[in-house]
Design a protein around this ligand. Sequence first.
Ligand code: M6R
Length: 609
Amino acid sequence: MCGIVGYTGADEAQGILIEGLTRLEYRGYDSAGVAIEQDGALDVICRKGKVSGLAHTLAHFDFTGTCGIGHTRWATHGRPSEANAHPHTSCAGDIAVVHNGIIENFAELREELIGRGHVFKSDTDTEVAAHLVEEAYADTGDLQSAVVHAASRLIGAYGLAVVCAHEPGVIVVTRKDSPIVVGRGARGSYVASDIIAMIDAARDVVVLADGQVARLTPEGVAFFDEAGNPLDPPVTHVDWDVDVAEKGGYPDFMLKEIHEQPRVIRDTLAGRLSAGALEIDELDLSPEELDLIDRVYVIACGTSYHAGLIAKNLIEGWARIPCEVEVASEFRYRNPIITPTTLVVAVSQSGETADTLAAIRDARVRGAKVFGITNVVGSPVARESDGVIYTKANKEIAVASTKSFLGQVVSLTLLAMLLAQAKGKLKTSQIRLLFRELADTAEQVERILADDAAVEEAALACKDATSALFIGRGMGAAVSYEGALKLKEISYLHAEAYAAGEMKHGPIALIDEGFPVIAIATKSPVYDKVVSNLQESKARGAMVVAIATEGDEDIRAHADHVIYIPKVRDAFSAITASVPLQLFARAIAVARGCDVDQPRNLAKSVTVE
Ligand code: M6R
């Protein structure tokens, strides 16, 4: 969702802010703006639409100031517009604020501030912060204490970066439930809501904790608690390749990230098998404690939820532990049965999804052990869980998750094996065999990626449809849900997924001449059942696209298009079958002229409820 950048140093801020905002575009936004401090005043420029539009406008001004803040906004309070874009300013225009998150008590604060004579220029919740800082600054004449005082009045989530015309070169930042990272580079000090915005300039960063305050100047960064006591927070070194933010010759990030998946599988598995036994030390639970677990909840949203559906089959199948998979926004508002022997597994690529975080907190209050599975080191999900598995996907830029999904599926597969190992349900020899086959999927995915001709052909046949149905059984059902979501997200083609056995109970009514039915029809214990569903679909005129196992020539009789994938054990079929569906969704989106990496209305991290 929204993104924050800030810079103070030896160089002109304008270009650095635009570059940082461009790096944050992947998160999804509808407007952008900057505030640059120059000659004892703040120049604030905002534009609706893309960062390139803002850059175009800024080119006419050519500000030379060396301190500034910038923002990409994804509208929550107030429609996307120039007036609602950040930075927001005080009445006098001498204080500018950018904000990520939601200020829940903004309506009361706004009324209170208007009562004291403040004039509001936007419909946003954020603007109250600018006026609160203004009032506190009038009392103290100190930006840092003014920001702390203003933050103490806010209920909700916030990452805040504030500049003041009377304190040249100073940026004050603080946060609660919304990420802020601060870094020091050779040419100045940087702040952002996401490391990627400053990765070229600063690789040793501090991930601010809730309530901490950072004061950035051209000379360096000082950290404080809310009471103003100095802090010395730990520094994290970021070792991603800089090219994580580049397309590396691919036409879009999504395709690049799809092609990174064999590497993700290998990296996620590296070092996990030692002397024939699985080890996930980061989980910080002894085999005895793992053995006590008698119920598992996987909680997540969107694609991460689909990874959970796949895991359910494995956790129940191998470890024989009852496993429920729930969307976090439901879990957090009901009264789930949780005991001290319940394990809650929270899955989140970004590690900052608001509903998933709330569900983690709720589960821990109720006494559950919580494991996080996330892609982002130091993210709120990682920090707030009892143990964490990192998915090793590296930064994912395209809004639609692909490589992080595969990383989640592989991590959850390891967790299922670990639970089965602890419970004595899988012998060492079985674990070794499974691990080897799991590792082999990296090469199998490479083979799928090497030849996408059948996918392209099927995509061309389906691109003009208005709706599509994805079906499968068992693992195939879980994969279908993800396939349909991918297609919806990036091509805006309506798609639904069903467990194929449900066809006769309703969705079959949709099928008429040429209606696309995409089926996961790989060799599995339910293969024949899926084939029956294909026959029923074909009999009603459907255009069937089948994802099938190499060597299965019979399937051609039931499908218009067949996409073959290598033969794998059913437990690992979700890994291989998901890949052609990612390519399929992308190919349709490209054919329909859609923006593959930044689909409309979507944000990469959903940090509000
Ligand atoms: O960062 P998270 O994994 O917690 O995000 C959850 C969903 O918002 C996310 O998976 C979303 O569905 C993606 N757009 C999927 O492509």
